[in-house]
Ligand binder design. Structure first.
Ligand SMILES: [Zn+2]
Ligand SMILES: [Zn+2]
Length: 370
């Protein structure tokens, strides 16, 4: 016999009493059984806009009477006294008025239940937000790492201001001379101005070449229908204190071996690749020596030099230093030096007072006028 495509299970829902006390603003808050029409604590009638809910303690009911109650249909509201009645009652249990379904419908008062259906619930949605916070953990670590890096940067780059007076100047200039020499080099290639001394054929690498194929017998798998099972596929508020869980019949598949097949595996072998290796001589420039000049004044000059054959200037380097003393006798740094470029060095005046930005190491980063 074929199983029905859907089946239903029922849970008794709960509702929270929202009645306000006579002499206070606090609400009752009592959690009642779903089907109860009156609050078990304060005896206030269940409100028309009641919100039914279930929680982890709600279990599927097995009691036959309760299941019949759950299936009976939504409660109805008496038009005379506003009292909620069970679907099976023909008369209002409060005032005795006969139920008038046509009028309920005409007024649009019939309970708007049997509409709240959530199909295709996934396991994650059902289990709520557990584990959700874990994905934010890595952002917390990133944040902490960033703070540590900022503290380190501050410790190494943070400066303190000192008032200083310029006590003198010094400078150093260097001219680096390089020399062209004939050297022997080798490689797969050579510069255009080189003279090739010898060449030979050498293996430069390998390449993969198809050799043959090997065939193996391997299993073939398929998804095979092995049966059917009910899975939760929706939830309905039955409007009478019960929540209906709809279960849908779904096919169950299993991966099974259905046979074998011949599979080709191509076999490749490494074959050597040859190229020409050159030994050649070529002119290259090398640092040879430096000429220096220095002084403790503000009149720098470049050292004199004479270039021999196959010599040229590689670089010219100038170092310009300002000597300072602290104006605060308690300062950690009494005498300081400030190295800068030539134009700033030229602009700084002897005996003038400046504010120096000094690193923890004692290095002056900047001189500012007051
Ligand atoms: Zn109450
Ligand atoms: Zn009534």
């Amino acid at each position: 016999m074929a199983k029905p495509n859907t089946r239903s299970k029922f849970k008794e829902a709960k509702w929270k009493c929202t009645a306000e006390g006579l002499y206070s603003d606090t609400i009752c808050g009592h959690i009642n059984r779903g089907p109860d029409q009156k609050c078990a604590k304060c005896n206030t009638h269940r409100p028309a806009d009641v919100v039914f809910f279930t929680d982890e303690t709600s279990e599927f009911i097995t009691d036959k009477e309760k299941i019949a109650d759950a299936k009976a249909g939504p409660d109805w509201r008496c038009l005379t006294c506003n009292y909620d009645n069970k679907a099976e009652d023909f008369h209002c249990v409060h005032c005795g008025t006969l139920r008038n379904k046509d009028e309920e419908e005409w007024l649009g008062l019939e309970r708007d239940r049997k509409k709240k259906v959530y199909t295709g619930m996934t396991k994650a949605e059902k289990s709520g937000t557990s584990g959700g916070w874990k994905k934010y953990l890595k952002y917390v670590w990133f944040g902490l790492a960033a703070i540590v890096i900022l503290i380190l940067i501050f410790m190494f780059t943070g400066t303190t201001e000192y008032e200083v007076t310029v006590t003198g100047f010094s400078w150093e200039r260097e001219i680096l001379i390089e020399e062209e020499r004939l050297v022997e080099e080798e490689g797969w290639d050579y510069p255009s101005n080189a003279r090739v001394l010898s060449k030979e054929t050498r293996q430069s690498g390998t390449k993969q070449v198809y050799s043959h194929s090997e065939w193996t017998e391997e299993p073939v798998y398929e998804e095979v229908l092995v049966g059917q099972e009910y899975v939760d596929c929706g939830e309905v508020d039955n409007g009478n204190g019960y929540i209906e869980t709809v279960q849908c019949l779904e096919n169950v598949y299993e991966t099974q071996q259905v046979g074998t097949e011949q599979v080709e595996h191509e076999v490749y072998i490494d074959e050597p690749v040859y190229d020409t290796w050159y030994v050649y001589e070529v002119e290259r420039w090398f640092y040879s020596y430096s000429e220096y000049s220095d002084g403790n004044d503000k009149n720098p000059f470049w050292p004199k030099y004479t270039l021999a054959k196959k010599e040229r200037v590689q670089d010219e380097v100038g170092t310009y230093v300002v000597h300072l003393k602290s104006n605060d006798p308690d300062s950690k740094f009494q005498s300081l030096t400030y190295q800068t470029n030539e134009s700033e060095w030229n602009a700084i005046k002897l005996n003038k007072v400046y504010i120096a930005d000094v690193k923890r190491s004692g290095t002056v980063v900047r001189l500012k006028t007051q």
